[in-house]
Design a binder for this molecule. Structure first.
Ligand code: ZN
Length: 167
């Protein structure tokens, strides 16, 4: 099973769907990226926003222009969502990513999630969460996320552009 919000564009490269390449519905593999987060060299970290924490990545297809939300700390991070430490920032605060000569990128993602038993116990059947989540949400609530980029112009790899423990 794939993460729900990436259903159409995430192409897993392992049996458990924990690693995958992103390909737009139109077949294109290069994306412009907009993000929110603290820039640290060639990486981004989680940034404080209104007494909570935020980190967001959106990717826009370079051919058809479709834009996809890849990751939001407040929506897909275990601590951000379940422990309510995250906040969704207004879209206008996202900045376009440019690294050197690169403004278009191929994107690979790696995620870590709870196993089924753990997820049932800690999320689905945890009384304070009031049945807000089902087992279908397991692949979309992450304990770790890595986003690796390859510059379309330079061919340079930006591994661990996002590399964040989320639980
Ligand atoms: Zn496209």
């Amino acid at each position: 099973m794939k993460p729900k919000h990436l259903e159409k564009i995430y192409h897993p490269t392992d049996a458990e769907c924990l690693e995958g390449n992103l390909i737009c519905e139109c077949g294109c593999k290069t994306f412009g990226i907009r993000f929110f987060g603290e820039v640290i060299g060639e990486q981004i970290g989680i940034e404080k926003y209104q007494e909570k924490y935020a980190q967001t990545v959106k990717a826009k297809c370079s051919r058809c222009g479709n834009e996809y939300l890849l990751y939001d700390f407040a929506r897909h991070g275990y601590d951000g969502l379940i422990c309510e430490e995250g906040i969704v920032v207004p879209d206008e605060l996202l900045k376009p990513l440019v690294i050197g000569e690169d403004d278009l990128f191929e994107i690979q993602m790696q995620i870590e999630v709870d196993d089924e038993e753990q997820f049932l116990e800690e999320v689905v059947n945890y009384p304070p969460l009031n049945n807000r989540f089902s087992l279908d949400d397991r692949m979309s609530i992450w304990s770790w996320v890595v986003i690796n980029l390859t510059g379309a112009k330079s061919g340079k790899k930006y591994n661990g552009w996002v590399d964040e423990e989320l639980a």
